[in-house]
Design a protein around this ligand. Structure first.
Ligand SMILES: Nc1ncnc2c1ncn2[C@@H]1O[C@H](COP(=O)(O)OP(=O)(O)OP(=O)(O)O)[C@@H](O)[C@H]1O
Ligand SMILES: [Mg+2]
Length: 150
């Protein structure tokens, strides 16, 4: 007889995981964008949501490259968790990190250059969690649901 834990595991929907280690070079952002687009398309996202995911992942990767990693030879990571109803993407680096209060909401009445990336990610994705530690790197986890019922 199956234990309760085994029965619960059998009922769980299978999750496909795709893990990438990406060179710290701006030219790879378009490669990640294309990869995200392919995964989201396969999962059945509509074109509008795929565009949202592409913009959000580009901003997260650009941040890892421009703010996170100092060493040219270092890589950052992008993990895709493909659930039946949602795509969860983690972009993380072991770079400089920052104080969490540096990631603030921009004042749109007095727009300044820069400081919009995280705001854009939060606007386009359904759920966003950012965790950064000075000297230890940054993780941004973002979720997009395939359907509207979140
Ligand atoms: N991966 C990261 N590593 C270290 N600091 C980060 C990282 N991601 C974001 N930050 C910090 O959060 C701030 C806000 O990021 P955000 O993307 O919103 O703005 P920006 O990158 O400064 O400008 P923009 O994205 O509009 O060009 C950054 O200025 C930086 O201080
Ligand atoms: Mg940015």
């Amino acid at each position: 007889m199956l234990s309760v834990k085994e029965q619960m595991n059998m009922n769980k929907k299978c999750i496909d995981v795709i893990k990438l280690s990406v060179p710290n070079k701006p030219e790879y952002v378009s490669v990640i964008r294309l990869t995200a687009s392919g995964i989201a398309n396969r999962m059945g996202f509509d074109i509008e949501k795929i565009e949202d995911i592409k913009v959000a992942i580009s901003e997260a990767c650009t941040n890892a490259i421009t703010h996170g990693i100092c060493k040219e030879e270092a890589n950052f990571n992008v993990d895709f968790y493909s659930h039946e109803e949602k795509l969860v993407i983690s972009v993380y680096d072991n770079g400089k990190g920052c104080l969490n209060h540096n990631i603030k909401t921009p004042n749109l009445k007095e727009p300044k250059e820069g400081g919009l990336g995280v705001f854009i990610i939060r606007s386009l994705m359904d759920d966003v969690e950012i965790s950064s530690n000075n000297g230890k790197g940054t993780v941004i986890k973002m979720t997009k649901y395939v359907g509207d019922d979140i």
